[in-house]
Each structure stands twice: as C-alpha cells, then as structure tokens.
Design a protein around this ligand. Sequence first.
Ligand code: NIG
Ligand code: FE
Length: 409
Amino acid sequence: MDLLVYGIGELATPVGREPKGGAGQGELTLVRDAYVLVQDGRIAEVGEGRWPRFAGPTLDAEGRTVTPGLVDPHTHAVFAGNRVQEFLARAKGERYTGGGILTTVQAVREAPEGELVRLARPRLMRVLELGTTTVEIKSGYGLTLEAELKLLRAIRRLGEELPLTVVPTFLGAHAFPPEIPREEYIRRVVEEMIPTVAGDGLARFCDVFCDQGFYTVVEARTILRAARAAGLGVKVHADELSGVGAAELAAELAATSAEHLLHVSEEGIASLARSGTIAVLLPATAFLLDEPYPPARKLIGAGVPVALGTDFNPGSSPVASLPLILSLAVLRMGMSPAEALVAATLNAAAAIGLANEVGSLEPGKQADLVVWDAASYEEIPYWIGQNLGQAVVARGRVVWRSSPTPSST
Ligand code: NIG
Ligand code: FE
C-alpha cells in the first residue's frame, strides 16, 4: 500500500514510542505545508514544503489538518441487543449501578458468533468514519467459557475483516453470572477461561471490573495475577462507580492501564505515578451517568500519562465518537486540545501495547491518518458532535471518504 498525502495545511502529531506524562502530555509537533509519504503501508517520510514526485496513488488534503488515526483504548463494542429502555429510565433520574450488563449478557448468549459479527460490523465502520483507526475491544458479555470465546472469536474476525487495527481484551470478570456462586465463577475464570483464552491467543490483555458491587480488590488481584502468569497484559476497570482502591491495585500489579478512575483517591493517583501505569479516562460515562468527571488535571500534575477513550458499550456509554470525547476532555476536564490529542493517539496506543506501531505520524509507524475539515487540530474538539473527517487512511489505504456535498442542480 503506497500513497502520497500532500497539501496538508497543518500536520499535528505527538512524537515517540513512549506514553507522555506531565509536561509531555501536551507536546505536539506541528508541521505546516506538510506531506506524508507511505511505503508498504508504513510511513516512509513526513516532509515539509515541496513534495516528491510520486507515481502511485495520491490524496490531496487541500490545505486541511491531518492527525494520526485516533486510537480508542477502551470499548465494549461487540454485543447484541440494545438498552434504550435503560437509557430512558436514566433520563428520568434512575441511577446506573451496572445491573444492565446482565441484559446484554442474555442477548449475547443467545446470538451466534456470525450474528455478533454482523451486528458489530456497521457499528465499527461508524467508529472508523469518526477518525478511529485502532480500537481495543473487550469481551465480558458472555460470562461462560463458551460465550466469552464466542465474543473473542467475533472480535478477531472483525479485526481480520475491517480496515481497523483491533486489540482484544478478555474481560470475563466483568459481572457475576446469576446461575453459579461467585467463588465458583472466579475459579472458572482463573482455572479455565484465562488458560484457554491465552492458549488460543484470543486476547492480548485481561481486565477486571474492580468496583462496588462487582469484583473486590482481593478477587481482582487473584484473577490478574493468573492472567499475567498466563502471558496476558493487565488492565483494571478501576474506581468507576466508587473509590474502592482499584487504582492502587493497578499500580501494585504494574498494570499497563487503570481505566475510568472517576472516584480515584489521592493515594491512587500517587501510586499510579510511581508505577508508570497509564490512566485511561472515559468522560462519556461521567456525562451519561451524571457522575463527576475523572480528575485529569490532578493525574497530569502527578505525571501520570493520560489516555482518552469512548468506553463504547450499550449501557453506560453508547458513544462511538472520539472527537466528542475530546470535546468533553477540553470543556469539562480542563485538558488542552493538545493534551487531549496526545491522549487519544500516542498515549492511547501505549495503553494497548501498540506505541511502537501507531499513535503518531513518523517514519516506520503504520500509515494511519485522518484528514479533518479544519484549519487546525484545535477545531476537532470545538465543532462539537460533528464529523469533520474528510478522509481516513489505514495502513496506507484510503478506507473512508466523506461524500461530496450534493449539488443543487
Ligand atoms: O465500562 N464498567 C463496566 N462496564 C462498562 C459498562 C458496560 C455496560 O453497562 O454494559 C463500563 O462502563
Ligand atoms: Fe468499560
């Protein structure tokens, strides 16, 4: 896949292969009058001024802004059914406690693998159209060995079929299945599910919902230690509904990421800073559940690298748009547009173990980029709820273009 993208008015990208914390969180390189040359699906050159003669396919950015393809490091985007009734109940003031997860579990158990793929395909194409070229997807709506494997196989098929880079995470410890005792389910997660998932290479990470009413810190520790021993990376759904010390656990385990953190404690923040764990913040859940936003400024102040994601799922966040997440981060969490863009590119890539591959526009990385109908990257969070995307390039191929405005004649 070779391509020349030229006529770039502003190219905005973080640089490097490591997550950026503290002052680095807002470090973007801006190149005016830029071009990007792609060879074999990877970036060969990011240049300024006159672009080289090129015989292959070209894409004219017409003076617009180009950023790396966005990276969504936390979704539950493969599921069956929907929870519109729960959404409406919440709109009337009912509180979210996570109970609705079992509604989706029921629908997923009833759906064959092919149906899960068929349902997720258009959903993930919308994710792509909104500028996301890499997405992490968690299982966790099966809660039996068979149904969790079905979800992970569907996730794998979607990654093979769609022009998205997909990172699968095993979240068997999402809720408790109603049909067996809690201890028995944890035993199965540890002794049956983790070895099978890891053995079949169906997931790169293991995650646990460590929160009030879900897995305790002690239970999460047991599960995540087993996951690490089986060769999986470690993530934690931490302190989303209440502060239970899950961030401290993530730090103790030197987890790759602690995610949500709406109710993280001061000690939790300090321990994440010490362990180098990335904070994956998901402001759509705060917006939808009417909860406090996660403390991005405190985390950045403590030097914790912050990433942003959608948490795309049918319950707490039916949100596919990372640009909308950037708007919430800037408007409600005090992040600058530069900090938010680094959070949704390089830091998000690091949070899913892909900082060597994606998350910035520099030679050697996968050629994933977005042309935005904007004069500067700062407009991406500004035009709220709109898709400024003009073209999406994944692995050096133009995989989506906005359709031209219909003419009036
Ligand atoms: O990230 N926190 C746990 N899981 C999801 C919610 C999933 C659901 O409501 O279906 C979350 O918010
Ligand atoms: Fe989640």
